[in-house]
Write a protein that binds this ligand. Structure first.
Ligand code: 3PG
Length: 317
């Protein structure tokens, strides 16, 4: 899988300021335990290079990149230490060119149309949008993606679990970065459980699962009508479609051949591809014949092959 797909599936990139490389292994484990095997270790401290080295050595499954890379020297150093990608707060053409020449994914920071244009002319398509909140957040990203629809952003700066939903739902946002999941003092004080818990909360927030509707299986269209009438006494109004009838969007009566022994549960999520990747670690596999995609090839709907308690499960964006 390419790196950008991996980053998109994770959806979250903890931005790390680490002052003591002895904390590297503990930090890596705390992130992994919290469900985010990824970090952008910033070159704001002298310990960064060694920390990257120690994180990837102890936990080869973690994806570690270098952040706050300001020049070619730092980019070289980061890659030597095992960084798999390079992030900068701004756009330095020498650093970008060195990374490109050495096949190192590089995400320079931009926050204006002129900078996006410069980055595009350097052949880049994934950029860091920084500082995100101070520069207008998702409305600004949507505006930038009018003239630059091919660009996707890693957004950082002022984002946390409390305001990440809008970013998670934005198709132009590849992933959300931030320091809130593992702050410098938490690392210094070895607050590993706290970091793990903050990561878990962030993972929940990035998917934003909510129950979209409950599905009932009718035997045939006539039976579906009978069921709809039965439910209408609760004040639910039928909206009859081709294959199902929705009752106030909350209950879907399948006219026939409904999935699931007893019916189905439809869950809404911000990014179906990302949710599928997340749920695969719990054994869910996509029923390929049910997949729907948008014009850009991103999944908007899918059933899983597995059921819970006799209920089929589907995701919908
Ligand atoms: C970065 O380097 O991306 C930012 O410092 C992270 O911003 P935050 O501290 O507001 O999350």
């Amino acid at each position: 899988m390419d790196l950008e797909k991996t980053i998109e599936n994770l959806g979250l990139v903890p931005v790390i300021v680490i002052n003591n490389a002895d904390k590297a292994e503990g930090l890596a484990k705390a992130l992994i335990d919290g469900g985010i095997p990824c970090a952008e270790v910033t070159f704001r401290t002298a310990a960064a290079a060694e920390a990257i080295q120690r994180m990837v050595k102890a936990y080869p499954q973690i994806l570690v990149g270098a952040g706050t890379v300001l020049n070619v020297e730092q980019a070289k150093k980061a890659v030597e230490c095992g960084a798999k990608f390079v992030v900068s707060p701004g756009l330095d053409e020498d650093t970008v060119r060195w990374c490109q020449a050495n096949n190192v994914p590089v995400y320079p920071g931009v926050c204006s149309a002129s900078e996006v244009q410069r980055a595009l002319n350097l052949g880049l398509k994934v950029l860091k949008f920084f500082p995100a909140e101070a520069n207008g957040g998702v409305p600004m990203i949507n505006n930038l993606c009018g003239p630059f629809p091919q660009v996707r952003f890693m957004t950082t700066g002022g984002i946390s679990t409390s305001n990440l939903a809008e970013y998670a739902a934005c198709p132009h946002v590849l992933a959300i970065g931030g320091s809130w999941m593992a702050k410098a003092d938490m690392i210094e004080n070895e607050c590993w459980d706290q970091i793990t818990e903050l990561c878990r909360q962030a993972v929940c927030a990035v998917h934003g699962f909510t129950l979209a509707h409950f599905g009932i299986n009718a035997e045939n269209p006539e039976h579906a009508e009978v069921l709809a009438k039965g439910l209408s006494v609760f004040g639910l109004n039928p909206d009859v479609g081709r294959s199902s009838t929705f009752m106030n969007k909350d209950i879907e009566i399948m006219h026939q051949n409904g999935r699931g022994v007893h019916g189905h549960l439809g869950f809404r999520t911000y990014n179906v591809d990302r949710a599928v990747a997340y749920l695969s670690q719990f054994g869910f596999t996509v029923n390929e014949s049910t997949v729907k995609k948008d014009a850009k090839g991103r999944m908007t709907f899918c059933y899983f092959n597995e059921q819970i308690g006799g209920f089929a499960i589907h995701l919908v964006k």
